[in-house]
Design a protein around this ligand. Structure first.
Ligand code: NAD
Ligand code: AKB
Length: 330
């Protein structure tokens, strides 16, 4: 039976991956690891929850030993925009943290899931139908850490036989936890704005095309690749996966089909724009499709409709709870 540790469990992915893994493998089998950020209720109270800085290898090893862990989902990281604000910290968390996880995995016989990103590509990478194996010369600290991470995971598999696996996620869109400081965050913020005062000021240009994915597909990918037949995995650590590719203007148009008065304007942030310009427009994910049956369920239309429905419900519930608290009936 699997015993799983999830680092970064309070983040955008961890908040949804933790309950999904607990549902599949049992609540006591999945230990959520937080750090500084307040966890959502389903992460803190749905099973074991502990705090640990991934840069502390001794503490990490003790958790793995204590809970008899055999699989680590390593999500703790700094994302692209935060990484450009604090590059030294980004290297430390993303690389020291991963190195510690791989060392602990080597010593305790754990499998490791480590997500890479479209951020592992750079301005010299072919942007259209970006191949699985291609030029990777990113010019952000986030990207440098992602390429290094892919190579480190490959190294630990080849040299020590650690069962490392991973995907290159595109921008992820979700309604449960807010994104944690990336370049693609606009694609989540826009839904909060559309359901709020029906206008959004976007920090990317209207024509900036990027790969994206709805969170249910991202969670399924993380679980599926870890359960896949290892004999089929030729690329192990960094499978291109994507679900849709759109620009801010196209996303706004998709939202407008449901909220006719929604308006978008643009105030470009040069730092995030430069990052986005260096990333692919559309990945070729045929290797993932053929080697472990990857296929997304949500395209732009389906994702937009589901986001508006579920986020709308959540925001309305928050408003009525706040009103109830105010008048004493909540
Ligand atoms: P997030 O920023 O939402 O969460 C990251 C988590 O890491 C946070 O909960 C934070 O508390 C934790 N953390 C930060 N420093 C830590 C430390 N020193 N020790 C322990 N924990 C620490 O990130 P996310 O969006 O959930 O991303 C998870 C992984 O997926 C990252 O590797 C990220 O690069 C990758 N990824 C995410 C996306 C996306 O769009 N969300 C896309 C591509 C790849
Ligand atoms: C970011 O924008 O940094 C992340 C990612 C695509 O890796 N969402």
């Amino acid at each position: 039976m699997k015993r799983i540790l999830i680092t970064g469990a309070t983040g955008q992915i961890g908040t949804e991956l933790t309950p999904a893994l607990r549902q599949r493998y049992g609540t006591e089998q999945v230990v959520a690891v937080g750090h500084k950020k307040e966890p959502a209720a389903q992460v803190r109270s749905g099973g074991p929850y502990v705090n640990c800085d991934v840069r502390d290898k001794i503490a990490l090893a003790e958790l793995v030993r204590h809970y008899k862990i055999d699989t680590i989902y390593h999500l703790a990281a700094l994302l692209s925009a935060t990484g450009e604000k604090e590059p030294q910290l980004a290297w430390d968390v993303n690389i020291t943290g991963l190195f510690n996880v791989l060392e602990v995995a080597r010593l305790h016989g754990c499998a490791v899931f480590h997500p890479s990103s479209i951020g592992a590509f750079g301005p010299d990478t072919p942007h259209d139908h970006t191949p699985q194996v291609t030029i990777q010369r990113p010019d952000t600290m986030y990207g440098v850490s992602k390429v290094t991470g892919e190579l480190l995971c490959d190294y630990y598999f080849r040299r020590y036989g650690v069962d490392t696996r991973g995907v290159r996620y595109p921008g992820l869109i979700s309604h449960t936890a807010l994104p944690g400081g990336g370049t693609t965050d606009y694609a989540v913020e826009i839904f909060y704005a559309a359901l709020g005062d029906q206008q959004y000021t976007c920090y990317l240009e209207p024509t900036t095309r990027l790969d994206m994915m709805y969170m249910p597909d991202a969670i399924r990918a993380a679980i599926t690749i870890m359960a896949a037949d290892p004999a089929q995995l030729q690329h192990r650590n960094a499978y291109n996966i994507t679900a849709m590719s759109f620009t801010p203007a196209e996303l706004a148009a998709a939202i407008r089909k449901h909220i006719g008065d929604f308006k978008i304007s643009y105030e470009v942030d040069p730092i995030r724009q430069a990052i986005a310009d260096s990333w692919p427009d559309q990945l070729d994910d045929s290797a993932a499709r053929s080697q472990w049956d990857w296929a997304p369920s949500y395209d732009l239309e389906r994702m937009t409709e589901d986001m508006l429905t579920r986020l709308g419900k959540k925001l309305r519930a928050q408003v009525s709870k706040a009103q109830g608290d105010e008048d004493g009936s909540g």
